[in-house]
Design a binder for this molecule. Sequence first.
Ligand code: SF4
Ligand code: SF4
Length: 575
Amino acid sequence: MASVTALVLDRPQRWDNAFDSEMTPEMVARLLQLAPFRDMKAENFPKRLALSDILQHDVRIRRFDKDEIVVREGDYGTSAFMIMSGKVRVVLGNLPASVLGRREPTRKGIFRVLAQIFTSRKEPESFRPSQLKQDSRVAARKGQNDEVKVFLQDVPRILDENKTAILEPGEFFGEIAALSRMPRTATVFADTDETELLEIRWQGLRDLMRYDNGLHEHIDAIYRKRALAAALREIPFFRQLTDSELQQVMAQTEFGTYGEYDWSGEYKRLAQSGSGSQKPEAVIAAEGDYPNGVVIIRAGFGRLSQKFGNGNRTLNYLGAGQAYGFEEIAHNWQNPKAPVALQHSLRVIGYTHVLIVPTAVMESIVLPTLPKRLMPDPVVERVDREIVAPEPVDAAAKIGADTLEFLTENRFFNGTASMVIDLDRCTRCDDCVRACSTAHDNNPRFLRHGPSNGNIMVANACMHCVDPVCMIGCPTGAIHRDAFGGQVVINPITCIGCRACYNNCPYDAIRMVEIRDTSGEFMVDQDMKPISKATKCDLCVEQMTGPACERACPHGALKRVNLNELDAFAKWLKR
Ligand code: SF4
Ligand code: SF4
């Protein structure tokens, strides 16, 4: 009896909510007859993560009609797909924004910018009915269970203008975006009616790969082929390598995933309950250990900390493209008689996907070819544990330990354009809110309040995140990155008000608004239900003059700040 209880309690918590609550044992039996599952050895899976249980809880079978979009280039997604029957087509070029439900990037001319001051609509978020019928080259309709199905229009033209590739039963796609939390790199649509796809949520895929070597090797090879070279070439100390040297580095690079993939849900729950206590952070590498390899952050964030008294103090946070351990490995290679251990610890904040290039590879391939100007200074070991860490590592020295802790605890470093307000200068005049309202059809897109620390407040305005979790699961592609500047924007025409982005945003930066017509009446759909749309700050992407809020503040109290560039933020704090 005791062992039964232990087994039940030991189940992964995610299985409390199966990906498809209607998955039956018969459907699981059918999957077990299909490649690659029929070739997997059930005995290699532990009892708590049995192959049949993974298929029962972590997958769902989805049916697509011809020309129906499965995933779009640029979307974020947390699942991968395997073709069960039928075919899908991958578009290898870039499709125009309107084809994908996005708005074409535009900038208002100076006359339209001036005119909006005098022609502001009386009602916020009002639309002409004809606007909502605008041909966006995308057609959406409801399928079974109210699922939204979106179809590409004019596919012959798409095929004429773009190279495409066909994927057949048994083939996977979307696995790299699902596992590494990177944007999807291609648009995929069904090429046949009744195309059956198996959608596997990322945790299930991870566990299948963990216990089936064949799948692990298959996806590992795809990752190395499609994503690794580009990722490594972004790092300065790999740029001088020849193609063949880079291939040798790639062959020995390892991947690691730490923390909670859906950290934002947990963060939001804690923020809403007013509790600040997060789960303890997993350690990727510990201060004092031998450096086994250079760790490169590929997605998510890591906290760099150093022992201080009886605890640890945060020195900085590392985001995508930043490396850890390089200085120590370079030092030891140049000074083999006086090696140093890792000077800092690297912990996971939320979720972190990393690449690890082993020390031996760095010593034999990378460091011997490195130009002198890229060779880091020798590491000076700390004798006194209480002394201040040297810049530029110590971000606390730039912006203050309190501010750094505040930004880290609230995950604000995710923002590339956070709205920071200096409360000592702000007179609460609301000129910023009025300017936002003027630029956005009489509807301000932010609230002038939010978490604060000392005189610094981060307002509830979209921060245009590095990791925009709001973009996971938008069925129509309405929320997307602007093609010019990368700001996260919403196309009101294709937004169907499903609230997925609103529920996902951990910072409460999205609001659902019931829209009106130009006479002020609420608009309704054919079922007489109010039509609502998601709205949020778009960083005045259409205004030539940049964010209206910042420009309007007469006291220089409001700044849109890229919190990944702390030098600029430190300068503003000390202005
Ligand atoms: S809506 Fe939220 S998650 Fe999305 S970019 Fe803005 S702040 Fe980040
Ligand atoms: S509410 Fe958000 S997720 Fe849903 S369609 Fe609109 S933009 Fe997309």
